[in-house]
Design a protein around this ligand. Structure first.
Ligand code: HEM
Ligand code: HEM
Length: 187
């Protein structure tokens, strides 16, 4: 299979990054919200430890994805899209790339400020980025939560846009991001 995909489709590499990271983001929200509802204790800490490991996995994948993306252009958007739709689509994608770094980094900084270690599935421990500082911990905790709401809102907008393309516009925008499908080249 060609690594760049056909001209009107996202390549298998782009699709792989997209769906693995999207799955991890869902996992992150699930773990964080489950932990939120629990009192301080072993169960909460275990969920947050896993949240931190998966979150650092997102950071590693984000580095690989962005590096790969800088050298591989995505397919063009369908010709019929208005200027405002194009701007919104591009701005959402850029914001996603920024958040794929900002979410893990604020989490990592927050844990460092509290002097809580960040392990990667018990295999190794990431170094602390800053020294203990309660003020920074409180600020970073708020920033991490605010950014998560921004990410969630953009994801809802993004999913609604993908569904609108598929069911309303009846174009290939969703299909060309889906593995194991064929799209007509209507870019
Ligand atoms: C894509 C990556 C990540 C996403 C989407 C994410 C999302 C979230 C969300 C939605 C919450 C709940 C916020 C709230 O209370 O409203 C949360 C909390 C938390 N996150 Fe993350 N997170 C990510 C990465 C990380 C990383 C890498 C770390 C640490 C290394 C981390 C550490 C934490 C901690 C400690 C909390 C609990 C904060 C508290 O005490 O309430 N997160 N995260
Ligand atoms: C929170 C999870 C998600 C994130 C962070 C995310 C992020 C992204 C990013 C960054 C791109 C641009 C890819 C590039 O050009 O490099 C993209 C494209 C796309 N995503 Fe998502 N996505 C998520 C979930 C979803 C879901 C659930 C769907 C399906 C309903 C979806 C459908 C699409 C489609 C169809 C495209 C291609 C748009 C185009 O052709 O311009 N995404 N996504």
């Amino acid at each position: 299979m060609p690594i760049s995909g056909s001209p009107g489709r996202y390549s298998p590499v782009a699709q792989g990054f997209h769906w693995i990271i999207a799955g991890l983001i869902v996992t992150q929200f699930t773990l964080a919200w489950m932990a939120d509802d629990l009192p301080l204790g072993m169960h909460k800490l275990a969920l947050l430890t896993r949240h931190k490991s998966f979150g650092m996995t997102v950071l590693m994948l984000a580095v690989l994805r962005l590096s790969w993306r800088l050298f591989n252009r995505p397919p063009e958007l369908p010709a019929g899209m208005s200027r405002i739709e194009r701007i919104l689509a591009k701005a959402t994608h850029v914001a996603f790339y920024v958040l794929l770094f900002a979410m893990p980094l604020t989490g990592w900084l927050m844990s460092s400020a509290k002097n809580y270690s960040v392990s990667w599935f018990g295999r190794f421990t990431w170094p602390n980025l800053i020294g203990p500082d309660e003020g920074w911990f409180v600020a970073l905790r708020i920033i991490h939560a605010l950014l998560s709401w921004l990410l969630l809102s953009l994801a809802i907008l993004h999913i609604l846009a993908a569904l609108k393309h598929h069911f309303w516009n009846k174009d290939d925008v969703l299909k060309r991001m889906l593995p194991f499908t064929k799209s007509e080249e209507r870019t």
